[in-house]
Ligand binder design. Structure first.
Ligand SMILES: Nc1ncnc2c1ncn2[C@@H]1O[C@H](COP(=O)(O)OP(=O)(O)O)[C@@H](O)[C@H]1O
Ligand SMILES: [Mg+2]
Length: 291
């Protein structure tokens, strides 16, 4: 009997705040790994379908061939047919169903994890999950399926609220479900280190969550947005751009955390939830829903 292929490492990109750079991070990280020759599958859990657009998907996919089919149809879905090639070698996409009806969704958030650990899982080295900002079965499903959760945030005062809200979901999932979560990492995006506010917010995040969780950031670059609009990765659109190097460093950092020798475990999920929020520049201190 041949041994089953080793299961891929699964990285969820998540933040409860919309417009925080999740999709841009998911797409460019997936492309970075694919271009290194690592077989990668990008899964778009957000019904807005932006991750698909970012890798050149132009037509609305057949709903039966989307990740949402798993949540809608459970075992009746045909998971072996879901991953489709993209224009980037080694990168496949499982697209979103923009017409997904939450009313018909399975309540079992474990379907994605079962798929990625089961016999129909696409054979690959990495799976990147782009997630919706809403707290729902899809976000919970992504966290249950993931080994690592990366939280992109723009260094603005409200970012801390979005991170805290996501950290709470991480904590609930880490303590309430069968999962293999190993690490939570915080990724500042659209950074401009000349701006005092950016430096202050990044310091505040580090104080709040402890050292070791904060990753090197992704610099702000209009070329990233441009590339997205064209449906091509930044690596192709502007290979010399600083953000390309940033995504390379991000891939190295995650590779080191998840693969290098002994797995590094993040701090106990409860630790930082109990840490009091430090005074923030311009923050009003409320825990209002981030938008
Ligand atoms: N590093 C960056 N530099 C410049 N613009 C960025 C960067 N990251 C994201 N953006 C832009 O910010 C907007 C929101 O990003 P997106 O990835 O769609 O966020 P989300 O998926 O969290 O809603 C998009 O217009 C995107 O092009
Ligand atoms: Mg998005």
């Amino acid at each position: 009997m041949t041994a089953p292929p080793p299961c891929p490492l699964v990285v969820a990109i998540a933040n409860r705040k919309g417009g925080s750079g999740k999709t841009t991070t998911a797409v460019n990280l997936a492309v970075e790994w694919a271009m290194r020759g690592q077989r990668t599958v990008l899964i778009d859990l957000d019904t807005q379908g932006h991750a698909g657009l970012g890798v050149g998907l132009r037509r609305r996919p057949d709903p039966a061939r989307t990740v949402h089919a798993l949540f809608r149809d459970g075992p009746r879905a045909r998971p072996e047919t879901l991953a489709r090639p993209t224009m980037v070698e080694n990168l496949r996409l499982i697209p979103a169903d923009p017409l997904f009806d939450y009313g018909t969704a399975s309540r079992d958030p474990g379907v994605l994890r079962a798929f990625l650990r089961g016999p129909d899982a696409p054979e690959c080295d990495w799976v990147i999950l782009d997630t919706p900002p809403t707290r729902d079965v899809l976000l919970t499903g992504a966290l249950i399926a993931a080994h690592a959760v990366v939280v992109p945030f723009m260094p603005q005062p409200l970012a801390l609220l979005g991170i805290r809200q996501l950290a709470r979901v991480f904590h609930d999932v880490a303590t309430g479900y069968e999962q293999d979560l190993r690490t939570l990492a915080l990724l500042p995006v659209m950074i401009d280190l000349r701006l005092r506010m950016h430096r202050e917010i990044m310091d505040a995040v580090e104080r709040m969550f402890g050292p070791g969780l904060l990753l090197e950031g992704i610099h702000g670059s209009v070329r990233l947005a441009e590339a997205f609009g064209l449906g091509v990765p930044i690596r192709r659109h502007a290979p010399g751009n600083r953000a390309v190097e940033d995504f390379r460093l991000l891939a190295d950092a995650l590779d080191g955390r998840l693969r290098g020798g002994r797995l590094q475990t993040g701090p106990d999920a409860t630790t930082y939830l109990e840490t009091p929020t430090p005074p923030l520049p311009h923050a009003d201190g409320s825990d209002a829903p981030a938008s």
